[in-house]
Design a protein around this ligand. Structure first.
Ligand code: F6R
Length: 364
């Protein structure tokens, strides 16, 4: 069942290139994103003035990648809420708001209740779901199924990257339908998205370097993930994954925000994993890294640089394949998943079944 892998989680990490391909390919028609087969009416995209994204945990983090993309590319306001807050805060949504709900299982109770609330307020609901025929899929106006296949490990990996892929598809379709991007640009975007599965394959080759990172992190009590823009979004998922399966405390911080308090926690050998994949803020992140390095942090730099041998910047470097900054989420996802996986494995934990957690959260 585990196909020769010691844990389902590792198997599922390695299944990602196929899962991404299977999710994207059926939605490409003449090089453009197309949801005709999914029965999704373009009117929900054409008519929306703002977007509300609701989900829990890892699925919410995939939604945050969507927010980053849609706001940056299309300049449409996007609000992301965790479902358990959305439900009880009298959310500001109406008929002009498109609600996007994400759920691997399609059964998470808070997400389901949030969906019902959004519908009651007149918002159209598009859900991104992995499990066919699940309650969330049935209750939504439209469904975009991800094709990750069954995910057994409690910690979500392949279901997350396909949710992210779905957000790229949706962002591109909204841009086209609203006339915010040209067909030419949409085709270029889709070519890069199609390449995501190859990027993931390439990144998986870093596994040995990442094992060395895990060998350091397994002794830590506190760790930090830092980044800016898309990398900050990825840091949130990175920290969740590490906490969840390795029981090492991890915090995600917007790199520029550290100096407003949290840097006080940086001392000798505290691991700081710095994501520096965004070209426009690269220099800023490097300067934040120097700040933590000067205070003794053990820095792991994740970037597309060919080689970094400067000890004032990092102790270890994970080199990502070269790609467009807009699409690094797929590569960083693999790195953060493997860091968490190998740390948990090195600690001798049951990677697939972390304590206190269930795969599907159907109680409030
Ligand atoms: C973490 C994880 C959870 C789920 C969350 C939502 O690895 O898997 O945070 O993402 O419980 O679950 P779904 O997507 O089934 O609604």
């Amino acid at each position: 069942q585990k196909g020769g892998y010691p844990f389902f989680m590792l198997k599922e990490i390695y299944e990602q290139p196929d899962a991404i391909r299977n999710t994207i390919a059926p939605r490409i028609n003449q090089e453009l994103p197309d949801f005709t087969e999914d029965g999704i009416d373009d009117a929900i995209f054409k008519d929306c003035k703002r977007i509300s994204i609701v989900a829990c945990g890892t699925a919410m983090h995939a939604g945050m990648v969507g927010k980053h993309l849609i706001e940056k590319k299309l300049r449409i306001p996007v609000h992301v809420d965790c479902a358990s807050e959305f439900r009880y805060k009298d959310p500001i949504i109406d008929e002009e708001t498109l609600t996007i709900v994400l759920s691997q299982s399609g059964e998470t109770i808070d997400t389901l209740e949030a969906l019902k609330l959004a519908k009651n307020r007149g918002s159209k609901v598009l859900s991104i779901v992995n499990v066919k025929g699940s309650t969330i899929a049935r209750e939504s106006d439209y469904v975009l199924y991800t094709h990750a296949g069954p995910e057994i490990a409690v910690a979500s990996t392949k279901a997350y990257t396909v949710q992210v892929a779905a957000m790229y598809l949706i962002a591109c379709r909204i841009g086209l339908v609203k006339g915010l991007i040209t067909e030419h640009d949409a085709k270029r975007f889709m070519t890069k998205l199609t390449n995501a599965s190859n990027i993931v394959e390439e990144t998986l080759k870093c596994a040995d370097d990442i094992k060395r990172v895990a060998d350091h992190i397994k002794f830590a009590t506190d760790t930090f993930y830092i980044g800016r823009g898309l990398d900050y979004t990825m840091s949130l998922e990175a920290a969740l994954k590490l906490k969840e399966i390795s029981y090492v405390h991890a915090e995600a911080y917007a790199a520029g925000e550290l100096k407003h308090g949290t840097i006080a926690l940086i001392s000798e050998n505290v691991p700081v994993i710095a994501l520096a994949t965004q070209e426009d803020v690269y220099a800023k992140v490097i300067s934040n890294i120097r700040e933590v390095k000067a205070r003794g942090a053990y820095v792991v730099l994740v970037s597309m640089d060919e080689e970094v041998n400067d000890p004032s910047i990092c102790d270890q470097h994970i080199r990502l394949p070269k790609m467009d900054s807009e699409f690094t989420s797929f590569a960083t996802a693999v790195v953060l998943q493997l860091v968490a996986y190998y740390t948990s494995e090195a600690k001798g934990l049951d990677v697939d079944k972390p304590r206190n957690l269930a795969k599907s959260v159907t109680v409030e």
